[in-house]
Design a protein around this ligand. Structure first.
Ligand code: NDP
Length: 277
């Protein structure tokens, strides 16, 4: 498994696991936790969750999955923007720590930008870091202008990642945010398999998949991982899909494959405002 070095030198696997919709009854929670645990066994040890997901239910599934394995996992969770204040963030962090049944979050993200000034959120993150409740902090859904603003506030340079929507249907970041980030911090690609929707029925992805004897989901994951500074976090509550997704880390797309995907999903030629789900 290729790893990505975070700005503090910590190495994390380029392929991790998302958890949105886990704990919401789609499958028994025990089954979902078992899928995450299989992912950990297969090297997908970075797990992304959020207080928002299932109103904390996703964090509880993650807690069940990582019980006894905490030291092997790089744990990422996110706070609502309305909780990202001087007093709100520590309270949200403690609630997440309780649900996750751990005493430290490896990476705590601002889920998207809201009304709290970035400088106040950064100061609250840094305080949590100093207290040992989180190891690093980062953001999500920030476009380049927001990132420039963030990096200019006191302590803003400590931002560890920016988690953004990235798959062939949404590749606007390739115009600006991705090259800008390359020299500064890794990006974390969310919804890399297009939420299991029409992307996976795309004739282009299907054709590439057939050539390699793999699935369109594996092609989408390999596509997101073709940049060295990108971490990809597909979600699955299915043992079979987790196995399939993990195997995608070893898939190398050829220039011909990439050209075929470009024809179906052209790269951006101008600035596109950052899309988010
Ligand atoms: P994904 O692109 O990861 O797609 C997940 C969906 O695809 C699920 O329905 C899953 O179903 C299905 N799927 C997964 N693997 C396969 C496969 N091999 N074959 C077929 N279907 C598959 O979308 P998400 O939106 O979940 O994004 C990934 C993660 O990113 C989230 O779970 C979350 O952690 C994070 N995220 C962050 C956001 C943010 O604002 N910061 C916004 C959105 C997501 P099944 O469970 O049945 O496998």
């Amino acid at each position: 498994m290729r790893s990505v070095a975070l700005p503090d030198g910590t190495k994390v696997p380029a392929l991790g696991q998302g958890t949105w919709k886990l704990g919401e009854g789609e499958r028994p929670a025990r089954q979902e936790a078992a899928a995450l645990r299989l992912g950990i066994e297969l090297g997908l040890t970075l797990i992304d969750t959020a207080e928002m997901y299932g109103d904390g239910a996703s964090e509880e599934v993650v807690a069940a999955a990582i019980a006894g394995l905490r030291d092997r996992v790089y744990l990422v969770t996110k706070a609502y923007p309305q909780n990202a204040s001087r007093t709100g963030l520590p309270a949200a962090c403690i609630r997440s720590l309780r649900r996750l049944k751990t005493d430290v979050i490896d990476l705590y993200l601002l889920h998207w930008r809201g009304g709290v000034p970035l400088a106040e959120t950064v100061a609250a993150f840094e305080k949590l870091k100093a207290e040992g409740k989180i190891r690093q902090w980062g953001v999500s859904n920030l476009d380049q202008d927001d990132m420039e603003e963030l990096l200019a506030v006191p302590g803003g340079g400590a931002c560890t990642t920016n988690q953004v929507l990235y798959n062939p249907e949404y590749r606007g970041i390739e115009f600006d945010l991705l090259p800008w980030s390359e020299t500064r911090l890794p990006l974390m690609a969310y919804s890399p398999v297009g939420q299991g929707g029409r992307l996976l029925r795309s004739p282009a992805l299907r054709a590439v998949a057939t050539r390699h004897g793999v699935t369109p989901a594996q092609v989408a994951i390999a596509w997101s991982l073709r940049h060295p500074g990108v971490i990809s976090i597909p979600k699955s509550g299915s043992i079979d899909h987790v196995r399939e997704n993990a195997a995608a880390a070893g898939l190398k797309l050829t220039p011909e494959d990439l050209a075929e995907i470009d024809r179906a999903y052209p790269p951006p030629r101008r600035k596109v405002a950052l899309a988010m789900l």
